[in-house]
Design a protein around this ligand. Sequence first.
Ligand code: TMP
Ligand code: ASP
Length: 239
Amino acid sequence: MQKLEQIYEGKAKKVFKTDDPELLIVDYKDDATAFNGLKKGTILGKGVINNQMSNRLMAKMEKAGIPTHFVRELSQRETLVKRVAIVPLEVIVRNISAGSFAKRYGVEEGIVFDQPTIEFSYKNDALGDPLLNTYHALALKLATAEEIETIKNYAFAVNEVLKAFWAECGVTLVDFKLEFGKVADGSIVLADEISPDTCRLWDAKTHEKLDKDRFRRDLGGVEDAYAEIMKRLLDHDAQ
Ligand code: TMP
Ligand code: ASP
């Protein structure tokens, strides 16, 4: 499959057309940003890790009955995906308090919830991805009520599969962000990526951060953390 014209460049990925109008090629970069692009940097090797990790995790979702955009890995950094119209919602599921949740509600990080939470942000960089509820999403016609219901169900299902998988790797899934898209027939699929850029992953024993918070918070050891979390996944899948 040949890369044709580039149609999009985001903060972490580029997207190219192919000769099939329903298929696109995603190319993962090492660029890292935080705080809506205010903080910029490079995490060497991140593109390779995020591409390969996301593809393996997407395949696990498919196996669990959650449809995704994933088609086939093409190279270390490139993947063939279904063309989707992205639903402009960032869907965040949390199992443990951290990040903006801890800040917004004035609680410490690390509180384990009795049940997972879900929240939506309007995917709009110019507005700083403001938090919204489902009524707001409907008012803004970002998705239909039925689509939002499907997205919620898929997001919680992803949480169950992901939480169980990472637990087997000695990793606690704190929270994560998903994006969904609509394929040609109008059905909803999981899109974007599942990676240390989009998840908080803590070592189950030491609570050491093995994700992008090391970059966001200048904790150091960023590349090592990405390598370690990828190793955990590969070691698990080799068993
Ligand atoms: P938050 O606590 O900053 O709202 O982040 C929740 C989760 O979403 C966390 O796992 C990091 C991820 N995330 C993204 O993937 N992209 C973003 O732009 C932000 C703000 C968070
Ligand atoms: N990728 C996001 C940005 O640059 C933020 C984040 O992941 O923290 O804005």
